[in-house]
Write a protein that binds this ligand. Structure first.
Ligand code: GLY
Length: 258
């Protein structure tokens, strides 16, 4: 099954409040104008790749709401309204429901007590990996698993490394059998059976790459990772994500794709 051929995406424009987005450490606030430029570059990359982008309006009450992949999860067969594990993000889901219903006949919903962030879910051709983390609890992972099974998809619940926010902070699918991972993720054995490309020391944040059709989108601060991927004869397009990274975020969480 091809899992990176996309024709559509949903994104949300950043509001000025984005500079107050969640982060795990004492990273300085991002610069709003620079972050907005990074977001625009990302929208352009998706449009240049041929995707039709449904860009939702900014939500100032929700600083992290540009990361649309956390309150929602999409496979071509249907959409799932998740329940983000961070309390300040929980109600973002209410602002995604209409957009999902606009595009999908089937929208499953997680219920109270079931927490899951889309950032903890990695799609591969045969299996969708769901990572348990500070944001995704067992009840949420199992509810998401049941929803995906009803949509005909195989899943496996795994552990997100404790050093990262989300499973996809540390992993991304490059082709049908190759995953880009951090060293900690490789050592966890979660992706045994796949060919793994390990991010070079100092470039761990590169692991949140994003394949769109034939091209891998990658942060522009990771030249050695770009070289490794190009060595697999894959096309790489680098883009700025410096400001977004200050919010523990990266390329995958800024869009929903199908
Ligand atoms: N700032 C992204 C998140 O913590 O959810």
């Amino acid at each position: 099954m091809r899992v990176f051929d996309f024709t559509n995406a949903i994104m949300r424009a950043p509001a000025p409040s984005v500079v107050h987005g969640l982060r795990n450490d004492s990273s300085p606030d991002p610069d709003f104008e620079k972050l907005r430029a990074e977001h625009r570059a990302y929208v352009s990359a998706l449009r240049d790749a041929g995707l039709s982008v449904d860009e939702l309006p900014p939500l100032d009450a929700f600083p992290d709401s540009i990361f649309v992949e956390d309150p929602t999860f999409i496979v071509p067969q249907g959409a799932i309204l998740l329940r983000p594990g961070a309390p300040s993000r929980l109600s973002e889901r209410e602002h995604m429901r209409d957009a999902l219903k606009r595009h999908f006949g089937q929208v499953h919903e997680l219920v109270d007590g079931e927490n899951a962030d889309g950032g903890d879910v990695l799609i591969t051709p045969k299996t969708i990996f769901i990572g348990l983390s500070k944001r995704t609890n067992r009840a949420g992972a199992e509810a998401l698993q049941a929803a995906l099974h009803s949509l005909g998809r195989n899943t496996r619940i795994v552990q997100t490394p404790s050093t990262v926010l989300h499973l996809k902070t540390a992993s991304s699918l490059l082709d049908e059998e190759t995953i880009l991972v951090t060293r900690a993720m490789a050592q966890s054995k979660v992706f045994d059976g796949f060919r793994l490309i390990v991010t070079p020391d100092g470039e761990e944040a590169a692991a949140n790459a994003l394949r769109i059709n034939g091209t891998i989108l990658l942060g522009d601060r990771f030249p050695r990772t770009a070289e490794l991927i190009r060595g697999r004869r894959l096309s790489v397009q680098t883009m700025p994500v410096t400001e977004v990274a200050k919010l523990d975020a990266g390329l995958s969480c800024m869009s929903l794709r199908w």
